[in-house]
Design a protein around this ligand. Sequence first.
Ligand code: ATP
Ligand code: MG
Length: 569
Amino acid sequence: MRFSHALIHTVRETPSEAEVVSHRLMLRAGMIHKVAAGIYAYLPLALRSLTKIMAIVREEMVAAGAQELLMPAVQPAELWQQSGRWEQYGRELLRLHDRHDREFCLGPTHEEVITDIVRAQIRSWRQLPVNLFQIQAKFRDEIRPRFGLMRGREFIMKDGYSFDRDDAGASATYERMHAAYRRIFARCGLRCRPVEADSGAIGGSFSHEFMVLADSGEDAILACDTCAYAANQEKATCRPPAPPPPIDGPPPAPVATPGKKAVEEVAAFLHAEPSRFIKTLVYRAGERTVAALVRGDRAVNEIKLTHALGASGVVLASDAEVEGATGAPCGFVGPVGLPAGVEVWVDREVAAMASAISGANRADTHVTGVQPGRDFPLARVADLINAEAGDGCPRCAGTLQLFRGIEVGHVFKLGTKYSAAMGATFLDEQGEKIPAVMGCYGIGIGRTMAAAIEQNHDDDGILWPTPIAPFAVEIVLVREDDAASLEVAARLEEALTRAGHEPLVDDRAERPGVKFKDADLLGLPYCVILGPRGLKEGKVEIKTRATGERLEVAVDEAVAWLTTHLAAT
Ligand code: ATP
Ligand code: MG
């Protein structure tokens, strides 16, 4: 490919709309074009890299026993009504009407369509397991599309779905997909870590997100400094506290705390550490009013609370609702003497507190000397908090550390949620009709490319991992008007192409400085510099982008040198 004819428009300035480095570099390197918020065209350079990522994904999926198919982007509402998600999915689902006023949506994911396909095709246990995947554009009307390809509204996903006869089979498929994902991301040159993720009603550790560690990541991950434990903060748990020694202090005593509502304010006022407080947060879960008790220095994890309640979601009660339910203004609610209509849920750490300070359920008042179990019941105790850096690991004696990560893939054991709701059943060996046990497996193709750039760049541009680089080699002509240089460039171009490394040849009528700057920006693994002076001695210079190393190589040895080095990376 000749740069002079390629659709590659590089930009020197930093685009102001780009907040993260991958977005900035993709715009500067002329890889993407924004069509609307969160909707991008992939220009040739980007598509070359995406195509390589997709090829790796395909190879590994097929090697793991999956078959490729292709489903439509437009999906009828009826399927979503059958699964119950038409009402549930919310505004990320872009709904549309056809000319007959029938309802459709743009597929944000394909559980409904795949289940519809499988229920029509599978009859008997003999046909299972089956594992299917596609690579296709998804649409999600994200509330905050940002960071370029990282969180788009239209984006390319590899989505896969497996159907097994039983739970053991589904678990085995899950493990195979998990292993395939590790290989995929390693082959893409990513340093990636699988972390336990929230698996909703299924529980257990049957959901893993594959996280690329990067400061720009939107996800918080807690990982042990000693063992392999790592989990998304939504799910991460810490070592439970030791049970408190029995004490029998005086009953709770009220203290005046006029106008002091937030834990920090009361703590400063009473000269006590926030960790000595019980924070009481009032939530609504459908018709239920719930008080969640956590230590004053902790944050409620609403996903854990939702699971503990067996609810479909929780929302913080308004000030008026809090006062209506507890009789106390917001900021002064506490567990002692709450009305019976309020369901009290206690975090494990609170249950292990010996003597605490809490709201008194009276304006401008707190109580001290509160003893959980004595002064309020411990009927419902659960892990309700966000684990934090410095907490003990739940698996070993280590300590949790906090990282930020980009979720590039997700494997999930679904169970029979969709197959049961939509009737994807098969006849087992006893002739009984049972629903297939499903799993689903996603990879963001564009997000993987963005994450690769987040992890591999320097101040001058991208440092492409060889397997996903748009081109493996750039050939820079210092003098594009020099006949000898052009002749060598053509020779190298042909030989490299024959060796399977189609190069990008910068033959533009630009100053050498501009070409070198662009070569660094595009960040192809190797750059072969053809200068008239070197060529007179039969030599070219090869620069390794990642290390900046430069080496003089005889023209005739350049292709062999590159082939050897490309094979090693
Ligand atoms: P997130 O928490 O980041 O919104 P998700 O849990 O909604 O992700 P899944 O439904 O599991 O994501 O989708 C599978 C994969 O698709 C993700 O692991 C991610 O790589 C990719 N993906 C999801 N949403 C987007 C998006 N808006 N833009 C680009 N890629 C995305
Ligand atoms: Mg999402």
